[in-house]
Design a protein around this ligand. Sequence first.
Ligand code: KIV
Ligand code: ZN
Length: 528
Amino acid sequence: MSASHTITHPSFGQMSADRVIIFDTTLRDGEQSPGFSMNLTEKLRMAEALATLGVDVIEAGFPVASKGDFESVHQIAKNTNGPVICALARTGGAKDIAAAGEALAPAKRKRIHNFISTSPLHMKYKLRMEPETVLDLITTGNTAARNLTDDVEWSAEDGSRTEPDFLCRCVEAAIKAGATTINIPDTVGYATPEDMERIFSMLRERVPGAERVIFSAHNHNDLGLAVANTLASVRGGARQIECTINGIGERAGNAALEEIVMAMRTRHDQYPFTTGINTPGLLKVSRMLATITSFDVQPNKAIVGRNAFAHESGIHQDGVLKNAATYEIMTPESVGWSRSSLVMGKHSGRAAFRDKLKALGYGDLEDSKLNDAFSRFKDLADRKKVVYDEDIVALVDDEVRDHDHIRFGALSLASQSGKPSEAELTLHVDGKTVAAQASGNGPVDAAFNALRTAFPHEARLALFSVGAVTEGTDAQARTTVRLEEDGKMVDGQGADADTVVSAVRAYVHALNKLLVKRTRAEPEALTA
Ligand code: KIV
Ligand code: ZN
């Protein structure tokens, strides 16, 4: 089951056979999926959080893709200490590899990750290249990358659907040219666990030089098998796994970091491997990502979903009270949940609020954000009898969302049945206060019209949905607004006890994200 040899790796030195390298690609494969884009500040916050979590490698982006991507890889390389910082490049693109090397220049430990498709389907229809040309590019690409850094990863895109003999030839060429990690992605999420275990065993057995490199797994979740495929890859001898927080990524996503790490920890009898992940930090990073991207984690998501440790049935509750092991296979605390008994209301002070935030996974909120969140909590507690944990999460998430350019100021509304509604809105745009008035067919329409007057833009409102954070008519509203402009789509979220204010906050959040997206361009034929 375990790799029979130990490896000396340029970045990690002597690796023991049971150590699995955690390669996080939330900021690259995760971020490139629709609606998940992040701005520079958000990426730096995530990179810092990933470093604290203990990931070994952070794939920070694809520098040739856009100026924004280049800059974020560069800034992460400069500011994030601890993990190896990695940049993606196409194997056939000399420009790609040079851009990756340049963006990574300030990193203490750096890796260039180059990739090219190797399956018959991709070579014929996507690349329009003969297999021998692909082999030549693997040699030149990896040689060029190796001239810039000792730590080079090569990926066989669509590797799981590649002819075994050709895959062996490609891997051999990459190793000869200096690659130190060989990644075999299941790019389209087609493989089964048996396939993945077999592919890695075969490569380790057949390819000359295999004993000198680390094999890596990168599984997509189109059949819901990404985590199972990753664990099977490790059984087959892979010692690096590529994964993302909350499993975000192209289409159905990538393998979820938190699930793989906890599977190896909880079922150590079956998967006797170790990682460097500080597991009590998992919930916090998951929350941070959900807040930044506005994509909530589904309630029943393993490890970090809000129901992952909730026991609703009386029989289960009774069992857990007698002995938690009856229905809990790992402790909530081991992944960052804490059992907080504090009930919050209008008499709760700042210290209790801070404790509550800690218990909810927001321990390190900056002082200014804490103050703003506390004052919003006080307003809410004046209006609502009971302030639930969900209320506090919604309110704090709203506070920590990035509003780089536009911030909500105030809204006043006049509405009467049978007549148009009138809205007066104040925004802060790049530090300047802008006010506008507008009427509309109902209060939300009037408020959005005022927003379009205060900050003129062409984006189309593609989705508007309102839900309640908790039960009761005094519950806070949680709104999602989707804007679309020139084929670019962004989602924003807002929460407030006033439904229209929550809608305006969500719209403002989406606009801020759109402004970031306007500065980014995708490269041609970028598939990853
Ligand atoms: O899914 C994929 O094939 C990729 C590669 C670039 C590693 O993301
Ligand atoms: Zn991928």
